[in-house]
Design a protein around this ligand. Structure first.
Ligand SMILES: [Zn+2]
Length: 221
């Protein structure tokens, strides 16, 4: 199964900015040491930021958006969330595009996320971005993991919906999904289709982007 949409590859300089430490304060200090000093001193002449300074600024924003949970050790994302609206994952803007914060964390600390794999949580906390609480799995592993952990919440029903109408939570049949994709291509608006098929507009967007119904990739081209 291939997941083609959001492959996240960071240039090596990103990973060089963070050590193996899992001490947030220490990591922040390391990154701060690479930030542009001119920003903190007034009266310095303007100069163009170096690549490392720019990247350090980005990584600093990322690390500053995390709060460590004292009991679980989870690094909880405190900035923007709700991507997609029904899932409580953090979101982070990178190269003018939003990505899931835990995906960014994995790419930053561990390396590229191979095609077809997802970043899953060992700790069962969707807000967590701590790299050693994350692991790579197939989409199916992720669903099995949800089942084994007994997740029954609405959010995880949405995750299970990704695997189509064999799942009891899916609201659309495969035929409906194919029909919707064809209507989207012909220019019919998601909002209208949502009303016609009795689902949320978000479900239509997820179907269109391939977040759900990944098996219908051939109908999206
Ligand atoms: Zn965690």
């Amino acid at each position: 199964m291939s997941v083609t949409s959001h492959r996240l590859i960071l240039p090596p300089v990103y990973r060089q900015l963070v050590s193996d430490s899992r001490d947030l304060q220490q990591l922040l200090k390391q990154v701060e040491s690479k930030l542009c000093k001119a920003r903190t001193k007034s009266g310095q002449p303007w100069r163009k930021l170096t690549e490392v300074e720019l990247i350090a600024g980005k990584v600093h924003v990322f690390l500053s958006s995390i709060r460590e949970d004292g009991s679980s050790g989870c690094w909880e994302w405190t900035a923007g969330r709700n991507l997609p609206p029904s899932l409580p994952y953090g979101r982070f803007k990178f190269h003018w595009r939003e990505c899931k914060a835990h995906n960014f964390s994995y790419a930053l600390f561990e390396g590229p996320i191979p095609d077809g794999l997802l970043v899953c949580h060992k700790c069962d906390n969707p807000k967590c971005v701590r790299p050693d609480h994350l692991f790579l799995g197939t989409p199916l592993d992720n669903v099995r993991d949800c089942h084994s952990k007994g997740r029954q919440s609405k959010e995880y029903s949405q995750l299970l919906n990704r695997f189509g109408d064999k799942n009891g939570n899916a609201k659309l049949s495969e035929l409906d999904a194919i029909s919707i994709l064809s209507k989207l291509k012909s220019g019919i608006k998601p909002m209208k289709l949502a009303a016609t098929y009795g689902v949320t507009v978000g479900s239509i967007y997820h179907l269109r982007s391939g977040f759900t119904w990944q098996n219908l990739a051939s109908h999206r081209v």
